[in-house]
Design a protein around this ligand. Structure first.
Ligand code: CU
Length: 116
């Protein structure tokens, strides 16, 4: 094997390695979905339920009922996010809220449930 070939293949391996490093790093993901709720207190509870590692930002809009969440997919996943919201008493598009948690919400926060 010639020196040149070794040099070239060495370079190629280095480039491949760097490419893997750069693209292997999953960047933050933003998702939006519907969460049922009524008021500003709901907003605090819903957003507060996602005060966990891996969640970078949360914003729930009480008029549109749409939540927007930016998170690090290496630390938390979408399913877990739905579970956390449901555990705080709020129905999401994919997960029905814990009944007990729902009962424990303030009266003003007893939103109409999407299903039984
Ligand atoms: Cu409320």
């Amino acid at each position: 094997m010639s020196q040149l070939f070794l040099k070239k293949s060495g370079l190629l391996v280095t480039i491949l390695f760097l490419t893997t490093l750069v693209f292997g790093q999953k960047s933050d993901t933003t998702i939006t979905f519907k969460v049922w709720g009524n008021c500003d207190m709901c907003k605090r509870t819903i957003e507060g339920s996602l005060d966990v590692k891996g969640v970078k930002s949360v914003d729930w809009n009480k008029d549109t009922k749409i939540i927007s969440i930016t998170y690090n997919p290496q630390k938390i996943n979408e399913e877990k996010i739905h579970e956390l919201i449901a555990a705080s008493g709020y129905d999401t598009e994919k997960k029905r809220a814990d009944d007990k948690a729902y009962q424990n919400l303030s009266r003003c926060c007893h939103y109409e449930r999407k299903s039984q």
